[in-house]
Design a protein around this ligand. Sequence first.
Ligand SMILES: Cc1cc2nc3c(=O)[nH]c(=O)nc-3n(C[C@H](O)[C@H](O)[C@H](O)COP(=O)(O)OP(=O)(O)OC[C@H]3O[C@@H](n4cnc5c(N)ncnc54)[C@H](O)[C@@H]3O)c2cc1C
Length: 394
Amino acid sequence: MIDFSLEPELIQLRESVWKYAVENIIPIQEKIQLELDAKEEFAWPIWEKFKEFGLLGFPFPEEYGGQGASALATTVAWEALGLAGVDGGMVMSLSAHTILCGVPLMTYGTEEQKRKYLTRLATGEMIGCFALTEPHGGSDSIHLKTIAVKKGDRWILNGSKIFITNAPIGDLFLVLATTDKSLGSAGITAFLVEKNFKGFYVSRKLEKMGNRLSPTGEIVFEDCEVPEENVLGEVNMGFIQVVRTIFGWERSVMLSPSVGSLELVIKGLTAYANQRQAFGKPISYFQAIQKKIVDMKVTLEVARSYLYRVAWHIDRGELPFVEASSFKLFWGDAVVNHIYEAIQILGGYGYMREFKLEKGYRDVRLITIGGGTSEVQRTIIARAILGLSGREIE
Ligand SMILES: Cc1cc2nc3c(=O)[nH]c(=O)nc-3n(C[C@H](O)[C@H](O)[C@H](O)COP(=O)(O)OP(=O)(O)OC[C@H]3O[C@@H](n4cnc5c(N)ncnc54)[C@H](O)[C@@H]3O)c2cc1C
C-alpha cells in the first residue's frame, strides 16, 4: 500500500520550524539582509538562531548533540525555512556545515572522531566545510590533484580546493585527496582537517553572483600535516563514501529550502496579481499571468512529491543516486525558470532590490551548477538508463 501523507510529527515539525523562523529569524533578517548581501558578509545573528533551534546538528544522533532527524524530517524542516523566507545563502551555509560535513562524519566517523568533531559541529563551536572541487575542474571529481602521502603516523597533503562553502569562516574541513592515483575513484581518501593544522590556509574569499551571505573560498595545502586518526572511514574509500552519503543528500535534501521558497513566491505573486491593476482589471485576469503562476504551482507539487520520495529512499538505507540526480536536474532547470518568470509578473518592481526577487534569482541560479551541474546529472541518468558501465561520468 502507498501512503502519501506525512506523519503528524512531520507536519508538526514543519509548523514549528516555520513559526520559529518567522518569529525569530525573519525580523532580524529584515534589518540586515540587503546590506549584508551588498557587502557579501555572513549573518552571524541568523547563525545564532539556527544554533538556538538545534538546526546545526539536526540529523546527528542525539548522543552527539543532534536531534536525530531522518533525511525526510531534515527535508521538511529545511523546506519550512525556505517557506518562511530565510536567506538562501544562510541556509546554504547551514547545509554545508550540517549535511556536507556532518552527515559523512556521523556515518563513517569513529567514536573518537564523533565525540571530538560532531559534537562541536552540533553546538556551533566549529563550522564545517566539505572540500572536493579543485581549480582544474569540479565535474571530473575523481581526478583529484590534491595528493596525500603517508609519512609515519601522519598524512602529508598538497594541493588546493576551490568554491568551498564556509571556507573563510570554517574550522573543520572534510577534504578528499588522492592516495592511490592508479585506482581512480577507488584511490581517494577523506580527511578531517582542522583550520589550525600546519600547512593549511584559506588563500582567498571569492565574490559571488548570489548566496552572498554564505562565504565561499579557496583553500591550500602545503605539506599540510594530518594525523592518521583523522582519516574518515577507510583509506581509499573516500569517494565511495561521498557517493553513498553526500550525493544523495546534496541533490535532494539540500535543495528543499528552494522548494519552500517557491511556495512562498507563489503566495506573494498570487496576492500581487490580484491587487495590481492594468487596463482596468487585476493582472490575474490575464491568461499570460495565470499560465506562469499555474506552471509554478504544478512544478511545486511534482517537485515536493519527488523530493520526499528521494529522502524516503535515503531513510530506508538505499542509495537513490539516480533518483537524486533526476530530482536535481528537474528542479534546477525548473526553479531558475520560475523565478525568472516571477520577476516578469512584478514588472519593474521585480527588477528592484527591495522586492528581493532579483536576489532570489541570483541565489537559485546556483542550483544548476553547485553539487554537480545539470549536464553531469543528465550524464549520470543516461548511463543508468542506457546501462553504460565504467566510471561515474566521463
Ligand atoms: C557557490 C558555490 C558553492 C560551492 N560549494 C562547494 C563546496 O562546498 N564544496 C565543493 O567541493 N564544491 C563546491 N562547489 C563546486 C561545484 O560543485 C562545482 O562548481 C561544480 O561541480 C562544477 O564544477 P566546475 O565549476 O569546475 O565546472 P566544470 O567541471 O569545469 O564544468 C564546466 C562546464 O562543462 C560541463 N561539463 C563538464 N563535464 C561534462 C560532461 N562529462 N558532460 C557534459 N558536460 C560537462 C559542465 O556541466 C559545465 O557546464 C561550489 C560551487 C559554487 C559555485
